[in-house]
Design a protein around this ligand. Structure first.
Ligand code: C2E
Ligand code: MG
Ligand code: MG
Ligand code: MG
Length: 293
């Protein structure tokens, strides 16, 4: 009893903890209005092909322009949305926005097809209605299903997550591509990878961006090579995220990664910035002049 009283007192008087709880509570309260008022928006981070440096696609990343707190990143509100049963709404907003944007780019740059990659929260992957919603968005915006990639975490792929696996199978039957995000940080069941509808592994940033930027000297190289070999034997592509230097890119290319994403190729940015990039690069197959040596 004394112990729990002590804990309560600690809780009440820890200003950091108090501020954090207040913020989460406030975020949960403000999020529904934020959606209605258009305070949420999406930025797009380039993904480039390892072989020629051409733009392969973009990842859609959620942001919130909060009227009092300024710009909030997904780490500040996605977990709160998940906890408070609002991730479906937030996730659908991102998916709808990203699909509309993909349709716009397809119309404006018909000879430069881009993959649109969107994160799926576990609760979204659990929703049996998702494939129908996705099929509707693809049709509405005239998007080739193979140009939409959905990123799920390893935990969504657990056999225990029975409905999620069914939903992902239905999405894969539509022709949508599935990527496992942050691969290597969760509970990947390697034997399951074979039977699951997965097309790409996204290597977790932790392996790709060593704190000292000396990837070559680290054991991470061995881990990456192992993941690449695993992916190859299963017929999957490998996307390396968190690529922050050309030196890292060279090593990752040699290790066999197919696609790179990271600050060295562009931070998450506005659709206008991506559009400008599309306008200055020629389309697929004619982009020799922008190839890297
Ligand atoms: P993620 O899906 O792994 O996205 C990549 C994150 O790494 C992004 O952070 C991106 O800005 C960051 N990043 C990219 N390149 C580099 C780099 O070279 N160096 C470093 N240090 N970081 C890099 P962001 O935008 O803060 O997103 C964080 C996470 O929030 C995402 O991780 C994703 O799990 C989640 N998230 C974002 N948008 C959504 C969404 O619409 N739905 C769901 N469910 N989750 C989302
Ligand atoms: Mg992601
Ligand atoms: Mg990731
Ligand atoms: Mg992540």
């Amino acid at each position: 009893q004394a112990k729990s009283a002590g804990r309560d007192r600690y809780r009440r008087f820890d200003p950091d903890l108090h501020a954090r709880q207040l913020a989460r509570h406030e975020i949960a309260r403000a999020l529904p209005q934020a959606l209605e008022r258009g305070e949420l928006f999406v930025e797009y981070q380039p993904m480039v092909r390892a072989d020629d440096g051409e733009l392969h696609g973009v990842e859609a990343l959620a942001r919130w322009r909060h009227p009092q707190h300024g710009l909030l990143g997904p780490a500040q509100f996605i977990p709160v949305a998940e906890e408070h049963g609002m991730i479906d709404k937030v996730g659908m907003f991102v998916l709808r926005t990203a699909c509309a944007q993909a349709g716009t780019w397809k119309a404006r740059h018909p000879n430069h097809p881009l993959v649109m990659s969107v994160n799926l929260a576990p609760a979204q992957a659990d929703d049996p209605a998702l494939p129908v919603l996705v099929a509707g968005l693809l049709a509405q915006h005239g998007i080739d299903p193979a140009m939409l990639q959905l990123e799920v975490t390893e935990s969504s792929m657990m056999p225990a997550a029975g409905q999620a696996v069914e939903t992902l199978r239905a999405l894969a039957r539509l022709g949508v591509r599935i990527a496992i995000d942050d691969f290597g940080t969760g509970y990947a069941n390697l034997t399951n990878l074979r039977s699951l509808p997965v097309h790409h592994l996204k290597l977790a940033r932790q392996f790709v961006t060593p704190p000292d930027d000396e990837l070559a000297e680290r054991v991470d190289c061995v881990l990456i090579a192992t993941v690449v070999r695993l992916a190859r034997s299963l017929g999957l592509g490998v996307i390396a995220e968190g690529v922050e230097s050309q030196a890292q890119a060279r090593i990752l290319r040699r290790l066999g990664c197919d696609v790179f994403q990271g600050y060295v190729y562009g931070k998450p940015q506005s659709p206008e910035a991506i559009d400008a990039r599309l306008s200055t690069t020629s389309g697929r197959g004619t982009g020799k002049e922008s190839r890297q040596p």
